[in-house]
Design a protein around this ligand. Structure first.
Ligand SMILES: Cc1cc2nc3c(=O)[nH]c(=O)nc-3n(C[C@H](O)[C@H](O)[C@H](O)COP(=O)(O)O)c2cc1C
Length: 202
């Protein structure tokens, strides 16, 4: 690591909390997450970079028992009880018409015009950048002392219809439970590839 990195690197404790010891939880302690905590997660995550600051992610934070039940019914069998037990599960969707917001999100140029008439290009951008936003969200949750349980085992068409009904150009993509993880519910850590396996420096 270069000297420059050493000066600014986070503490080992912080790196462990964000990466080395951060795990995917399958069960949750009976400890609530407040709206203030939810807003704090979003306020950190929104600072992460997206192409042309397009911010295509649309997030529905499911906290009430009846909405959790609605969501659980649309999840795969293995995911239903996790959703019921989690204090909050956020649905990560993406807005294919994100370009309508670009005049204020990217005000120094007419970025909206780049995307007009190109729905395929918008889908690609929205999908890529909302996935990044979901990753920022997980890091933000972990940075604020919470744990995550990401899940794509859900009926995406069903979620889109139930939770984004009033936003016709938004599609659900995945969900992430957030709370205080029950350590007895994590699996053994799966191996991670060494640098040489999937990296090349050219
Ligand atoms: C986008 C995404 C979707 C996932 N979908 C599911 C799922 O539907 N059900 C499940 O049990 N785990 C799911 N996982 C959990 C992964 O298997 C887990 O994060 C991975 O094995 C790493 O585990 P670790 O964080 O404990 O090292 C998903 C993870 C991600 C990031």
């Amino acid at each position: 690591m270069t000297k420059q990195f050493h000066d600014n690197i986070l503490s080992h404790t912080a790196l462990d909390q964000l990466f080395n010891e951060a795990r995917t939880y399958n069960g949750w302690l009976d400890k609530p997450v407040s709206e203030q905590q939810i807003r704090a997660i979003y306020d950190l995550a929104k600072m992460g970079a997206t192409s042309a600051n397009m911010q295509p992610g649309r997030f529905v934070w499911v906290t009430s028992q009846d909405q959790k039940e609605k969501l659980a019914k649309l999840a795969s069998d293995g995911n239903k009880d996790k959703i019921r037990a989690a204090p909050v599960t956020v649905i990560i969707g993406y807005d294919i018409d994100f370009h309508e917001e670009l005049p204020w999100l990217f005000p120094h140029t007419d970025a909206k015009s780049w995307f007009e008439g190109d729905e395929e290009g918008r889908k690609e951008g929205a999908f890529r950048n909302s996935a990044l936003q979901g990753a920022y969200l997980m890091l933000a949750a972990r940075a604020t002392g919470l744990d995550c349980g990401p899940m794509s085992g859900v009926d995406l068409d069903g979620l889109t219809k139930e939770f984004f009904a009033d936003q016709p150009k938004v599609k659900a993509d995945w969900v992430c439970s957030i709370g205080y993880g029950d350590k007895s519910t994590i699996f053994e850590r799966s191996p991670r590839p060494d640098f040489g396996k999937f990296n090349t420096i050219v």
